[in-house]
Design a protein around this ligand. Structure first.
Ligand code: GLU
Length: 441
């Protein structure tokens, strides 16, 4: 069997959103699962809308997710290949010139719709004679070029949808080259997939009809036809298309909001599949259980609450080394281990750091308990057992138990009424700070 080769092909006309991340991740996992290679291809032929900032943003987003690429290509450097393919298609008669303006096409479309007919291009340009074309060109019209589809059924065995059959007469012949000579996505994507030896095209189901036309194009250009897999739509928890909320779900925003990339990866690797979502700390750990055949055609729902829960579970299990660069300056491993079970996002660590290292506003809720605490405060060194021994002494002196004992102490020592376990926190706060907080200053 040929080595598996897949690609992720974003257009650098914006930042990646969650839907793009899903396409990137599923391709990456597929490559890793099958010992294949993962190509990052920037679809940047649209010079007016593509920017190098967006291209860099895409690379940064993929690195953030931990999805490295084995190969890299950008379409703006591959125009020669598209021109050569265009020449070949013209020669074989599959590419034909059309002269309709967008307004004319729109009018025809409306007429077809009003007659309850599908708005499919009527191939009027195929009937033009050489004289007709010469006349149109003399009027200053420049042709755009359509690929003549073979009518009949085009079918493929989709990795997710199973057998798909498309009646090609229901599709318009796709435009491959614009009137300014500029190649369009349907062409450039096939040329690159063919030329770069892509074996599996895994993308969203919005591309299903493109696939039917592209299968014919692969064949017309004498390329091997890849295997296709189309994953379902991603909807938000309410069932609305995620695209409506793209702005709020860009990877850059999620990163800024303090989400862990592995929370997103863990969710996206299983969302829409029959397998359960499980928090994983490393993207490599998602490879073993990954099976595209387990994905369903039904839309997948992304619930932000589920992302929050995963994020917390990932933090609770993360070791110091994976987070240390993003913790407040000076934060120690003991601090991290003391607080990690109590945070939902890493940014919350900064709320706890002053509790062990700086000044906080203390709250004296029960002066008797606090006074007894000050009087029984043990000498250092302190360790994880100090809290228990000390609170027993306070309880013996005041008779306070349970919440009546612990709540005023927590408030006095941390300024908050809930938070991490006190036993590991206490030695980190240290005797001087504890004494000061108990004195109410
Ligand atoms: N640049 C195309 C897109 O973002 C690629 C689609 C494909 O995977 O073929 O929609």
């Amino acid at each position: 069997m040929t080595d598996v080769s897949v690609r992720f092909a974003p257009s650098p006309t914006g930042r990646l959103h969650v839907g793009n991340a899903r396409a990137a991740l599923l391709n990456w996992l597929f490559a890793r699962k099958h010992g294949g290679s993962f190509l990052l291809r920037l679809d940047d032929t649209d010079a007016a809308r593509s920017t190098s900032e967006f291209a860099q943003g895409i690379e940064a987003d993929l690195r953030w997710l931990g999805l490295g690429w084995d190969r890299f290509a950008r379409q703006s450097e591959r125009f020669d290949f598209y021109t050569a393919a265009t020449g070949k298609l013209k020669q074989s008669g599959r590419l034909y010139p059309c002269y309709e303006t967008p307004e004319e096409l729109e009018l025809r479309r409306k007429i077809q719709l009003s007659r309850k007919r599908p708005p499919v291009y009527d191939r009027a340009a195929l009937k033009l004679t050489d004289a007709d074309r010469a006349k149109l060109e003399a009027e200053g019209r420049r042709p755009h070029w359509r690929f003549r589809l073979d009518h009949g059924v085009t079918a493929w065995d989709d990795l997710i949808h199973g057998r798909v059959e498309i009646d090609m007469a229901s599709l318009s012949d796709p435009v491959l080259v614009r009137s300014d000579g500029y190649p369009l996505y349907t062409l450039s994507s096939v040329v690159d997939d063919g030329d770069l030896g892509i074996t599996h095209v895994i993308r969203g189901e919005d591309h299903v009809t493109n696939t039917a036309a592209q299968i014919q194009l692969f064949a017309a250009l004498d390329y091997a036809v890849p295997v296709f897999g189309h994953f379902s739509w991603l909807l938000d928890a309410e069932g609305a298309g995620l695209s409506k909320r793209i702005g709020s779900l860009s990877l850059a925003d999620l990163r800024e909001q303090g989400y862990e990339p592995m929370a997103l990866n863990s969710l996206l690797a299983r969302l829409g599949s029959a397998d359960p979502v499980e928090p994983q700390l490393d993207v490599q750990a998602l490879v073993a259980g990954f099976d595209l055949g387990r994905f369903s055609r039904a839309p997948a729902r992304l619930d932000p609450h589920e992302l929050d829960l995963l994020n917390a579970r990932i933090l609770h299990a993360s070791d110091f080394n994976t987070v240390r660069d993003r913790l407040p300056a000076g934060a120690t491993e003991a601090f991290w281990l003391a607080i990690r079970g109590n945070i939902g996002r890493l940014v919350e660590a900064a709320d706890w750091w002053p509790v062990v290292s700086g000044e906080i506003a203390t709250v004296i809720e029960d002066p008797a308990v606090v006074a007894a605490a000050a009087e029984t405060l043990p000498a250092e060194p302190w360790d994880g057992a100090t809290w228990k021994a000390w609170t027993q002494a306070i309880s013996a002196r005041t008779g306070a138990k349970g919440k009546a004992l612990f709540h005023p102490l927590r408030l006095a020592l941390t300024g908050r009424d809930k938070g991490p376990e006190m036993a590991p926190l206490l030695p980190l706060i240290g005797r001087d700070r504890v004494a000061k907080r108990l004195s109410g200053v």
